[in-house]
Design a protein around this ligand. Structure first.
Ligand code: SF4
Length: 346
């Protein structure tokens, strides 16, 4: 008997990934191109709770959709690996694409809009199994539905009811159960708690963490809310105007961000510590349009530390701590200016 092959430590790799599309149809000339994702390379480790953060318009949702093969990839590649398969996601045939769609699922943002009001909770959760033909009898489907409902802390009596009978938090549990019933390995959770009251958010985040451990899931958690990301994620990538500018273990990054954009985002997190409140670099101005990305460092139009070199030369990636990488010409020099003693730890 041959020895089992160890699982690759990287679950999903993006290599120079780009998603661009034309904006409208002008009467004359070429339409402007939106560079929604612009040459992103990123490794998402197996079983990570991996945060992807940035302002609205940074391209994080498009990046998640590119992994799901729901956005038009115009350059680079997405590679998916688990113990059974390795896929170049851009070149899947029909059968492989069906299999990939089982392995990689999306948890929707809005639990109110995601659930059909005319279906019972049982039918909502069972639908992916039936559409993908993953079970052979009603009994088997019911067993799978009951199993995932229990893991998502839904009562079995809930399965007979309709979505309108539930609160926002319960509806999000139903959405999560539906996303996980096909036993995916990789889940994209796009602003999955943004529509919920703060009191419910922690409950759903703790559920996602428990499910990650229980089912050995990898979760790509897309959020604009840094305090939420600090609460749950092991690793964080920070996205600005279509590109990743910093990536690393979340504890290290929250303790010592090394890119001025990361530092500005993190310093905007409300703090209970009066000494911390209002300190740090504030982010001025709006994110530029993705149709006219500034040359050089794309953050230079808002960076308080920008110099001439930043306006013409795109920064290379550099490692600044174990596992922590940043794209800034002056990250070493700026570290002391951006990170004061006593900065909050997560
Ligand atoms: Fe700021 Fe220059 Fe660093 Fe970009 S490269 S973040 S503009 S200091």
């Amino acid at each position: 008997m041959s020895a089992p092959v160890p699982e690759h430590p990287i679950h999903v790799s993006l290599a120079d990934l780009s998603v661009q599309f034309a904006l409208g149809r002008p009467l004359f000339g070429k339409p402007p191109m939106v560079r929604a994702v612009d040459g992103v390379s990123l490794d998402i480790p197996r079983a990570a709770f991996f945060g992807l953060v940035g302002e609205s318009g940074s391209g994080k949702t498009t990046l998640g959709r590119a992994i799901l093969r729901a956005a038009p990839v115009t350059g680079g590649s997405v590679t998916y690996r688990d113990a059974e398969v390795e896929y170049d996601v851009g070149s899947l045939d029909k059968a492989a694409l069906r299999d990939y769609r089982r392995r990689v699922q999306l948890i929707f943002q809005d639990p109110y809009a995601a659930l059909s009001p005319r279906m019972t909770v049982r039918d909502i959760i069972a639908e992916p199994l039936e559409v993908m033909g993953l079970t052979t009898s009603r009994e088997e489907t019911d067993e799978r539905v009951r199993d995932i409902a229990a893991r998502c802390r839904l009562n079995l009596e809930h399965l007979r009811r309709y979505p309108h009978a539930f609160s926002g938090g319960q509806r999000q549990r139903i959405s999560i159960a539906r996303a996980l019933v096909a036993r995916p390995r990789f889940v994209v959770a796009d602003e999955s708690v943004a529509a919920l009251d703060v009191s419910i958010q922690a409950d759903i985040l703790n559920l996602l963490k428990a499910l990650r451990d229980d089912l050995r899931l990898t979760i790509l958690f897309i959020s604009h809310d840094l305090s939420v990301v600090a609460h749950v994620c092991d690793m964080v990538a920070v996205m600005y105007l279509g590109a990743i500018v910093e990536v690393g273990p979340s504890r290290a990054m929250f303790a010592q961000p090394r890119h001025p954009y990361t530092a500005a985002l993190f310093s905007a997190i409300p703090s209970l510590d009066p000494d911390e409140r209002g300190r740090g670099q504030r982010l001025e101005g709006e994110i530029p349009s993705a149709t006219s990305v500034p040359p050089g460092c794309r953050f230079h139009t808002r960076c308080p530390f920008a110099r001439d070199r930043c306006r013409t030369e795109s920064p290379e990636w550099r490692q600044v701590a174990p596992g922590q990488h940043v794209a800034c010409h002056f990250s070493e020099e700026l570290a002391a200016r951006m990170n004061r003693p006593g900065r909050r730890q997560t």
